[in-house]
Design a protein around this ligand. Sequence first.
Ligand code: NAP
Length: 278
Amino acid sequence: MFTENVLDNQVAIITGGGTGLGNRIARTFAAHGARIVITSRSQEHLDEGEKQILPFTDQVLKVVCDVREPEQVKALRDKVLETYGQIDILVNNAAGNFLYPAEKLPLKGWKAVIDIVLNGSFYCSQILGNVMIEQKRGQIVNILATYAWTGGPGTIHSASAKAGVLAMTRTLAVEWARYGIRVNAVAPGPFDTEGARVRLWPTDEIRQRLIDDIPLQRFADPQEVANAVLYLVSPYATYITGECLTIDGGAWLGKGIGRAVEILDDIEKIREATKKNR
Ligand code: NAP
């Protein structure tokens, strides 16, 4: 579907692009011709992430930037403009998450996640979006999670922040359409990354319980999520704005589907048995 050069000459900033999904998005964009900027708080994450991207492009701009600090986001903007002279795509991917019962969540944990996900996404959108407004073109994709609208036990901080970013997506889509800027989101269900494995499904048994509730009966491959992000920023999606594309194997529609399917099987067995006894 996609030609190799579908993002030729586009400058794409991916926050949290050193690791996990952010790095996969960066590789995917690079393979389609984009000039890549990755950001992270850690130089080590950036250096490791760059190695993964370099097979697809000859240059990666790495910028240490904590998205919670507007001054650092402004320095990121200046560095990108000095290097490339334009900013075409922003992916707000940086996040923090850990599971905790709401009644016990330390307030500094609440604040940390809200700061990264909600405040960080806004600082990046406003500061980098102003460049897009001047250019009269640009695109933003926000990485959400389906618990932004379903809620999710243990994720009060992240769910609240992602719900805010969903509202931000729709608000900016309407407000900035007049500047030629499209703003969309993707909401993945669970996929394996080192960070998620350690914090969200530390045992195989917990992982399997999560899979049992997914109609497609598996986690996403991060590449499937990256492909959806590529689609949203591609010329194939030029009339899409304010949308949130869910990539979760049907999980949020089929909450409890594992059990529902078992019940269906049992009812089928009863029906078959009744037929035989007639
Ligand atoms: P990950 O590898 O832990 O990625 C998070 C990234 O955010 C890291 O590279 C981290 O780098 C960066 N980051 C954290 N705080 C930051 C800050 N203050 N400033 C700048 N960068 C910061 O996790 P992932 O699983 O790939 O998650 C990527 C995105 O997908 C997140 O938005 C997450 O909520 C979403 N998501 C994940 C899943 C899943 O199952 N994995 C499901 C649904 C949605 P540094 O630590 O170096 O700063």
